[in-house]
Design a protein around this ligand. Structure first.
Ligand code: ZN
Length: 274
């Protein structure tokens, strides 16, 4: 593959002057945010980090010709307090996670980047990630977008999965992607024994309300979902679908468009722009 066909997208493999040039090209910076945490008895603790980095890398390569994109090293620790009882879990607290994400965004903006994508692969990070995005959008004026591949790619992911509607913790989807990426690290000897049908989920109260719960509130083995039908072939398709969805988000100009100002000049004789 020639250099012109495939530009380097990894921030930490590039030199500083090459990153200055990417800022001049108005490149998108992806900050993958993930977790190092228990993933049942069959998957390694790197699962969210490995999948999140891979989705971001593939998305950047797919998007690059239309929208230059560079991927920062993955943030390997997130908000995993609900997984601590199962061991093997490295968690930050909310204030630290938000502070880390904000410092990374400020660094990129300092170097002239104006399009920032927080690309998340761990459900526990979503609320705090959006908090940081809200703050940084208002503080820096840059375009800050927060996404989680399992949600952004949900429509493309659903038909690939046989036993689940979407990505769950250590279930069919994550096990498949890890079989594709790190087969030597997956214990696939008895996946059927790990099936945990979580039903409605464990973070709900009432009709549409939220309450925090530790993970053992729902599962005895650290798994949420049905890993029995996992396969490497399915994992490759899932990684492709997820990175397609993130690449589409990156290359859609609307994603980075400035906020509109629809305040009327004189509606009902009231001047809204003053
Ligand atoms: Zn996971």
């Amino acid at each position: 593959m020639s250099r012109s066909e495939h530009r380097e997208v990894a921030w930490d493999r590039l030199k500083a002057h090459e990153l200055r040039a990417l800022a001049d090209e108005d490149a998108v910076v992806i900050f993958p945010v993930a977790a190092t945490e228990q993933h049942g008895p069959h998957l390694p603790t790197m699962t969210d980090t490995r999948i999140g980095a891979e989705v971001a890398r593939r998305a950047a390569q797919k998007a690059f010709a239309r929208q230059p994109t560079v991927v920062a090293p993955v943030v390997f620790a997130g908000l995993s307090g609900h997984h601590m009882p199962f061991g093997g879990t490295l968690t930050l607290d909310h204030e630290t996670f938000i502070a880390v994400v904000q410092c990374l965004i400020r660094s990129a903006v300092h170097h002239g980047f104006r399009k920032i994508l927080l690309s998340n692969s761990h459900g526990g990070n979503i609320l705090a990630m959006q908090f940081a995005a809200d703050r940084m959008a208002q503080e820096t004026g840059a375009a800050i977008v927060a996404t989680t591949y399992a949600s952004e790619g949900a429509a493309a992911i659903a038909p690939i999965l046989e036993d689940q509607a979407g990505i769950m913790h250590a279930g069919e989807g994550e096990t498949s992607m890890m079989l594709a990426l790190e087969p030597d690290l997956v214990d696939a000897s008895d996946l059927a024994a790990l099936n945990t049908d979580r039903g409605r989920g464990f973070l709900y109260a009432g009709q549409a309300s939220y309450r925090w719960r530790p993970f053992q509130h729902m599962t005895g083995n650290g798994v949420s979902g049905l890993p029995a039908k996992a396969s490497a072939e399915k994992g490759e398709r899932l990684l492709d679908a997820a990175s397609d969805a993130i690449a589409a988000l990156i290359t859609d100009p609307e994603t980075w468009a400035d906020p509109q100002d629809k305040r009327g000049p004189d509606v009902g004789n009231v001047p809204f722009r003053r």
